[in-house]
Design a protein around this ligand. Sequence first.
Ligand SMILES: *Cc1c(COP(=O)(O)O)cnc(C)c1O
Length: 494
Amino acid sequence: MSQCYESTRDKLVSKKASEAILQGLSEDGGLFVLRNLNELHIHIESLIDDDYLSIATKVLGVFLNDFSEEEVRMCVDKAYTNKFSAKEITPLVELKDAHVLELFHGPTSAFKDVALSILPQFTKTALTKNEMTEDILILTATSGDTGKAALEGYKDVDRTKIIIFYPSGGVSKVQETQMITQEGKNTGVCAIDGNFDDAQSGVKELFLNETFKRDLLEKNIKLSSANSINIGRLIPQMVYYFYAYKTLVNQGKINCGDKVNFVVPTGNFGNILAGYYAKQLGLPVNKLVCAANENNVLYDFLTTGTYNKNREFLKTISPSMDILISSNLERLLYYVSDCDNEYVTQLMTSLKTTGTYTVNERVLAKLKETFSAGYASNEETQKTIQDVYVKENYLMDPHTAVGYKVLLENKDKEHVSVVLSTASPYKFTKSVYEALHGPTNDDEFTLMKKLHAETNVVIPENLNGLEDKIVLHDDSIEKETMKSYIMEKAGQLV
Ligand SMILES: *Cc1c(COP(=O)(O)O)cnc(C)c1O
């Protein structure tokens, strides 16, 4: 009998995978988890000759325990066939000091496409499976990339509506333009007066607001989330860890069984947590290296055991990592505390009331077994973009550069290292251009053309001509009015 999902905060919660996906967040505020992760196992040897889609089908099948194999395969096919501009889906590029796993060849040029191309397929399958009669409303806060990737994934998917909130002035021009020009009769986009944490906590509160949910149900609408708190968003991210590994074996860079480091530019802790899951399933991982920007809460936490969000929120040139509350860390705390729901609840209560918590020695030691951490300032990030371009003719975006800087600073000659590249350089054109040439007043779209002329790196199709698209969304609200905004907007979407 396969396991059910429980809440990180309550082991008596018991959900099938499809229910956990539809619900997003547990009623008690916890996240859905499988208790005995290490009972699940993927045989690496069995993946060596597989392509991305086959690996995905095998890995996802383990977690989607109430989906048939055929259903999983159908979701995978719909998500990845002809949707990505690289036939490998996530190609691995070799540089001097590391391999770069390019996760940005999806429909919106961000790594979040990998998960958000398939989550809507899970949602649709889960709705049918559970014979639900309500429509689903996806509510999501975005630090920039999730928003567009989710909009694109859910656009015109039957029986779903989606509303995205983004921090006003907190995303790049390209990111904002991508979102406010979004097509689809079921899509809504709105700026929030505040930063990403404000937007995220606003959405999280609504998920726990019973009257709000009852009011929506009267309109035959049920809430769900596309943030990486949703287990259906997290698990597709494991696939490329396996894919990178098997590619290294195929290329003769490692022998099957050799351990590998993964360096992950981290914000909400979803991407790197998927690496932890992959390791629990048997992927030979040496270290997972958490790379942060100047908002280095996670660096402090993984080195000292104290998480403290009471600090200034800094706007950096890697805005998708400007986060002080990393939601998915809760799942890791659950596992490293040996699934102690009460302990996790205690820590989360402390975080909510005081903004800080400290884990015990045993937990910290366990964290350090698997994780190491580093961070990069804006200046170091810029210098890395420039150095790597000049020396190796490889153009990376600022988030990837944060990872690369942390890699260079923690050189490990014994293991092959893979840096996860989370965005196309063209999603953050201005920062990339300025890293190469210094400050400029040109707008991002002019710079895109200049950067292309200079480097010959192809502009992704979805970003080419973006500036000429019609703006279809111009809403902007105070975060206190999110609730009434949603009630009104949900009624207009079809
Ligand atoms: C979202 C994002 C990240 C952070 O990933 P998490 O899973 O939130 O840790 C890093 N880089 C880019 C470009 C992103 O969009």
